[in-house]
Design a protein around this ligand. Structure first.
Ligand SMILES: [Zn+2]
Length: 430
């Protein structure tokens, strides 16, 4: 009797281990038959290509599928590298007006907001964004690090994430604001003043899972008579330098929300790694950005999207900022600054497809191919992952999307992604 029991246990162990480890022992081969391929290495399309995937990686780009492969027919589609959005907020559900924002921080618990964030993560993936850099939780603490963990452990679907956790700003510069002094309200960031506190905050955030440190470098925007967008810088140079130094010392990078003259200039001087928004950037600073390889993440679409709402609230500067932004974008292209695709999704409702940013970039002067490369090759470089992401070539992770049409002829088809593969796993599509 006992021998029989041992035999049964033995069989179960074999069956179980085949079930659990079988996949990694002999990786499954999938062949994507693509009508066209934009591989991200050049600006053109290749016709009738087969992308062979083994396990989580691309094995080869071929003309026919291997005999044992599972074939996915995308012969009426254009295949592209998985898209990367380098500026998102999955913990935010749109904040066109101050009231939208206060409502979320005052009436929704971080736990409830995290539940909503899991839905946004799935949406991002279904839109074709297989990787995102999520730039702070807006008052929801370290919830982004937990969402990332749940995705990495296969608990919920979502993109690869790099997270910034709480972000940093100085006292009096970030909402919630305007409440009576005796009323304690939450803030959308970790408030820090002084060099030592700033360093401590960087250490805390990294210890709780921050991949990036995000700083808010300016606030309170106004257009000067000469057309320059002016601001109030938040941190002193000493504080900003301390934050960047501490992050870099711990091998982490710094993203700076900087929309105007002084915020951008101080950030560039302090040595941040990306300038986010950058509605106005002086020529001198563009030159420095190009020379030092500092990325520009322009987030154009959100500006257009929130402008009307904020103008109606009594802040017409947001409408003027769009024209200033276009001029800056063109000067940045001319200066040879690396421009990475980022949308600020969450700043607008996640039900709106962030891929609308492609059309905004083309409207401001990029070719469709340049806009797509900003969301693939350049964005992968910003994430420090250009060896594994950003192009479709042998040896890279199999992050691949497909759209029905030719995005080089009409870039708005990037809003119609209908096939998504992340790390060799089909997340959406046939
Ligand atoms: Zn943002």
């Amino acid at each position: 009797m006992r021998r029989v029991a041992f035999a049964i246990v033995g069989i179960l162990v074999v069956v179980f281990s085949t079930y659990v480890f079988g996949q990694s022992a002999t990786p499954k081969t999938i062949a994507l038959r693509c009508g066209s391929l934009f591989d991200g290495r050049g600006d053109g399309l290749r016709k009738n290509v087969v992308v062979v995937i083994e396990g989580e990686k691309i094995k080869e780009i071929a003309t026919s599928a291997p005999g044992d492969a599972r074939i996915v027919d995308l012969s009426h589609e254009t295949c592209l590298p998985g898209l990367i959005d380098t500026h998102t907020h999955i913990l935010l559900q749109g904040d066109i007006t101050a009231a939208d924002y206060d409502q979320q921080l005052l009436k929704q618990s971080p736990e409830y907001r995290t539940i909503l964030a899991t839905v946004n993560a799935r949406r991002a993936l279904e839109y074709g964004f297989t990787s995102i850099r999520d730039l702070e939780t807006e008052g929801a603490g370290y919830a982004d690090a937990d969402v990332k963990k749940a995705i990495n452990e296969g608990v919920i679907p979502g993109p690869r994430m790099q997270v910034a956790t709480r972000a940093l700003d100085v006292t009096g510069a970030y909402p919630l604001q305007g409440y009576a002094p005796a009323v304690m309200v939450p803030h959308g960031v970790q408030l820090v003043d002084g060099v030592d506190n700033a360093r401590q905050a960087v250490r805390e955030q990294i210890s709780h899972g921050a991949d990036w440190i995000k700083v808010y470098s300016d606030r309170s925007y106004r257009v000067r008579e000469d057309g320059v967008l002016d601001d109030i810088p938040t941190f002193t140079m000493d504080e900003l330098r301390a934050i960047v130094d501490e992050a870099h010392r711990e091998r982490h990078k710094v993203a700076s929300h900087a929309m105007a003259l002084n915020g951008v200039h101080n950030s560039v001087e302090a040595g941040v790694d990306s300038i986010d928004h950058g509605n106005y950037i002086a020529d001198e600073d563009l030159k420095t950005m190009a020379a030092r390889g500092i990325f520009y993440v322009p987030t154009i679409f959100v500006g257009e999207y929130v402008a009307q709402g904020r103008a109606a609230e009594g802040a017409p500067v947001w409408v003027k900022m769009i024209q200033i932004h276009e001029d800056t974008f063109k000067r940045a292209m001319k200066a040879g600054v690396k421009i990475a695709f980022g949308t600020d999704a969450g700043g607008f409702d996640w039900k709106v497809n962030p891929a609308k940013e492609f059309s905004s970039m083309v409207k401001f002067g990029m070719t469709p191919a340049q806009a797509i490369r900003s969301a693939t090759v350049t964005a992968a470089e910003l994430l420090g992952m250009k060896d594994s992401l950003g192009t479709i070539e042998a040896g890279k992770l199999a992050d691949i999307v497909a759209v029905p049409g030719d995005p080089l002829a009409d870039v708005s088809v990037m809003e119609k992604v209908d096939f998504v593969m992340k790390g060799g796993v089909v997340e959406r599509g046939p």
